[in-house]
Design a protein around this ligand. Structure first.
Ligand code: PGA
Length: 261
């Protein structure tokens, strides 16, 4: 696992967007796994700026969703499908055909989950998966004690996650669904490259447990330790509880430039 400590969220977004630009240069039709929430926004802003500035051609890129609420009506502005279309797909100038996601309004949720795992595999698998992290260490919507081998499935959100997400629903927790579809941890680990961005002091404990703690279902993000190509990008605040912070800084400062992200 590589840990990159950056001064702030904007710099984190830039580092990851540069890595995505390199990937799209090597593989123009790469499948990018995208996360929602506040943290990844600087990545998308940096990426969109590159495309709009003409330094990056993302016209053949494909985008896959990480998770979704269950039960919101199709087209609800806070469904993750609507959010990803608004924040990533449309500003990159991609069409909906370039976008893969689970059907959160399906009658048969389990069938929708299985179908999504199949669709990801049929698309050739995710090349680079962007991840945020919850204050409880969740990735996607894999809450603590999710199986480290889990596949895409329905999960029940913790009260804390519903409280955290109420800001997207007029600060009204009653509007936040209890259930979600999320790529499982086993599904996420199949992506060729995992890139987790964490910013702010509120994430410092979860980051320390993820990077320096044991691999444990209690901290779902710790499963990144099992992946051969995992990158954790953190700002100074989110890095503040890392015992090996100086080592990570030293390693990154001396990284051979040919290695890329
Ligand atoms: P946030 O959410 O980026 O809005 O903090 C992260 C997550 O819950 O995965």
């Amino acid at each position: 696992m590589e840990v990159i400590i950056v001064p702030d969220a904007r710099a984190g977004g830039e580092v990851i967007a540069n890595g995505i630009a390199d990937l799209l240069w090597r593989k123009p039709d790469a499948l990018l796994g995208v996360a929602t929430g506040s943290t990844p926004l600087p990545i998308y802003e940096a990426l969109i700026a590159k495309v709009q500035g003409g330094s990056l051609d993302a016209s053949r890129a494909r985008v896959a969703q990480l998770d979704e609420y269950v039960g919101l009506p199709a087209g609800h502005p806070e469904s993750y499908r609507s959010t990803v279309l608004r924040q990533v797909v449309e500003p990159l100038g991609l069409s909906e055909d370039a976008f893969l996601g689970p059907d959160g309004s399906a009658q048969d949720v389990q069938a929708a989950c299985t179908a999504y795992d199949r669709a990801l595999a049929a698309a050739g698998g995710v090349d680079l998966q962007i991840l945020g992290i919850g204050t409880d260490g969740h990735i996607g919507f894999n809450e603590p004690c999710s199986s480290l081998a889990s596949r895409t499935r329905i999960k029940t959100l913790t009260e804390q996650t519903r409280i955290d997400n109420a800001r997207f629903f007029d600060n009204d927790i009653d509007q936040v669904p209890h259930h979600v579809i999320t790529q499982g941890i086993g599904t996420i680990l199949e992506a060729r490259h995992l890139v987790l961005l964490a910013t702010g002091e509120g994430k410092a404990d979860a980051v320390a447990a993820t990077v320096e703690g044991p691999v444990a279902a209690l901290i779902p993000a710790s499963a990144l330790q099992l992946h051969p190509h995992a990158t954790v990008v953190v700002d100074e605040a989110a890095a503040s509880k890392l015992k090996l912070a100086d080592y990570f800084r030293h390693t990154y400062a001396n990284k051979p430039s040919w290695q890329g992200l």
